[in-house]
Design a protein around this ligand. Structure first.
Ligand SMILES: [Zn+2]
Ligand SMILES: [Zn+2]
Length: 420
């Protein structure tokens, strides 16, 4: 074969699309129930947008961006995450004057130049929500409830919500200093990335997955001891609201999320379902992003994102429980060419208008083969149109599950399916 897929990309084949379709249906339905509206932003954005929003110390910006220069010499990036583009769109489309909060959701294809590994690709899709313009703890609680409801509606059972507060710029500054003091003592034992993070963004050290770093992370100062009064009150109110909705949670001091723009509430939902433990969804508040990094008005905001591929992979283990679209034809119509072929297309057209799924043989096949083919297509019924049917105006429709034949007038085939 002359051409192959680009490294790290993948093809999504029809069987997987049935699950993706189901997921997209559920997430959209649930998001609309919470008052969210859909938005799509371009795959290409200005590189600067991500350097300013996601932050130039994050892995995404330093290592993983698909950057390119177009013929006009513009520095562009194929978007590595959803939030920055939606924030840009929020400002550019003057949604700032819409009644607050503005609730948006997206289903987006994203690109990250990561080392490909099982279940991780350089092109992937995410569902995400962003809620602009509320600093109320109710917004945090409602968004977490939305995340929780989506996963429940997708039929996940063993979910665990991890939550933390990263404070505001004021109290985080003190915490940051405490971390620098703490880690500086053991700087030489930290991995190379963490040594780098120590000066750029010490909070990210808490997130390090390198084993040799773990012992130095376990006894670090905790953000909750540094929260200012306002941040503390906000966090406690969020927790109280979650409890009032019977959403159980674990306060996780090590939860910092990978991106620089988060403030106050951050959260992740972990699935213990289906034998695969891991984060399925995560997000948080980003009160300063629009104002400080994108020169917009003061806009406290919050959101979360969920990787569609991971959800699809997990749901593949329980497809029987899911309400997937059935792609199989209700009826398979075969013919002997000529006028019978014309008639089969005409009948198929009428049936399809009535919501019946029809597979018409585009080549006339021998009678023997037809039964086989109809069964291979997993059709429920079979109709063979020949000269006799044309002459008499009557036909016999066979139910393939039990090989029962039904005599039906050609004019009334739609009626037959109404009853079935
Ligand atoms: Zn604070
Ligand atoms: Zn490390």
């Amino acid at each position: 074969m002359k051409y192959k897929r680009v490294k790290g990309t993948r093809d999504i084949l029809p069987d997987e699309w049935l699950i993706k379709d189901y997921i997209e249906g559920v997430v959209k339905e649930t998001a609309y129930a919470f008052g969210y509206r859909e938005i799509t932003t371009p795959i290409l954005e200005d590189t600067g947008l991500f350097i300013h929003s996601v932050g130039d110390s994050s892995d995404i910006v330093t290592k993983e961006m698909y950057t390119l220069q177009d013929k006009g010499g513009r520095d562009l990036v194929m978007i590595p995450e959803g939030t920055a583009g939606v924030c840009r769109a929020y400002l550019e489309n003057k949604m700032t004057v819409w009644p607050k909060p503005v609730k948006l959701f997206y289903l987006q294809r994203l690109f990250r130049y990561e080392r490909p590994q099982k279940g991780r690709y350089r092109e992937f899709s995410q569902f995400g929500v962003e809620c602009f313009g509320s600093k109320n703890p109710l917004a945090d609680a409602e968004i977490i409830s939305l995340a929780n409801t989506i996963l429940k509606n997708l039929k996940f059972d063993s979910l665990e919500l991890h939550i933390n507060s990263l404070g505001c710029p004021t109290c985080r500054k003190d915490y940051r200093e405490a971390l620098v003091t703490h880690f500086s003592e053991n700087k030489q034992h930290l991995c190379e990335d963490c040594q780098d993070r120590l000066s750029k963004n010490p909070l990210r050290i808490l997130d390090c997955k390198v084993r040799s770093c773990r012992p130095y992370i376990d006894d670090t100062p905790k953000m909750k001891d540094y929260l200012c009064e306002e941040c503390k009150t906000h966090f406690n109110q969020v927790l109280e609201l979650l409890a009032s909705m019977d959403i159980s949670f674990v306060v996780d001091d090590k939860l910092v999320r990978g991106l620089d723009y988060y403030s106050r509430t951050v959260f992740e939902i972990i699935s213990k379902d289906l034998g695969a433990q891991g984060t399925v969804l995560g997000g948080g508040r980003y009160d300063g992003l629009i104002h400080r990094e994108l020169d917009g008005p003061e806009t406290p905001s919050m959101g979360f994102a969920m990787g569609i591929e991971r959800i699809t992979m997990l749901l593949q283990n329980k497809v029987e429980e899911l309400d997937l679209r059935n792609p199989n034809p209700d009826i398979y119509i075969s013919n002997f060419g000529g006028e019978t072929a014309m008639l089969s297309l005409k009948i198929a057209q009428d049936l399809r208008q009535n919501g019946v799924k029809v597979w018409v043989d585009l080549e006339s096949k021998g009678m023997k083969k037809v039964f086989d083919l109809a069964e291979k297509r997993k059709a429920s019924y079979l109709l063979v149109l020949g000269e006799d049917e044309l002459k008499t105006g009557k036909c016999s429709i066979r139910r393939l599950s039990d090989r029962t034949d039904f005599n039906v007038e050609l004019q009334k085939i739609s009626l037959f399916f109404d009853k079935e």
